[in-house]
Write a protein that binds this ligand. Structure first.
Ligand SMILES: [Zn+2]
Length: 120
C-alpha cells in the first residue's frame, strides 16, 4: 500500500517531467505536430492545470516541503535503493529498517530533504 500523498507526489513529478518535454518539443517533431494537429500550448496548459489540481490535494506541511524542494531541485521524489538515497547518494539504512511496507508512510531524506520512494 503506497501512501496517498506519496502517490500524489509521484504523479505531480511525472506530469511535470512530461510538461518539460512538451515545452522542449523533444518528443514530437514538426511533421507529427502538423499531421496530427496537436497544439502543444494547449496540451501544456492542460498539464499545468492538472499539476495545480494535484498540488492542491497535498496536505499543508507536505506542500510546504514540496514547494521548498521543487524551487531548486529537479526531482522531489527519489528512489532509495539498497538503503541509499538516489537524490544525494547518502546511505540511509533507517529508511527501510523494520517496516513491513516502507512506502505506507511518507518518508524524507534527512540529508537532501527529498521525498523517498523505497525499493528493496
Ligand atoms: Zn537524499
Amino acid at each position: 500500500m503506497i501512501n496517498a500523498q506519496l502517490t500524489l507526489l509521484l504523479e505531480i513529478q511525472d506530469l511535470k517531467a512530461k510538461l518539460k518535454e512538451l515545452r522542449a518539443g523533444s518528443d514530437l517533431g514538426a511533421l507529427e505536430r502538423e499531421t496530427f494537429g496537436i497544439d502543444l500550448d494547449e496540451a501544456a496548459s492542460q498539464l499545468e492545470t492538472r499539476v495545480e489540481e494535484l498540488e492542491g490535494q497535498l496536505s499543508e506541511p507536505i506542500r510546504r516541503r514540496y514547494e521548498r524542494i521543487a524551487g531548486h531541485l529537479d526531482r522531489v521524489v527519489v528512489p532509495v535503493i539498497a538503503g541509499t538515497c538516489y537524490g544525494c547518494f547518502v546511505s540511509i539504512p533507517t529508511a527501510t529498517a523494520g517496516e513491513e511496507d516502507p512506502n505506507a508512510s511518507l518518508q524524507t531524506c534527512e540529508h537532501c530533504g527529498r521525498f523517498l520512494y523505497i525499493l528493496r
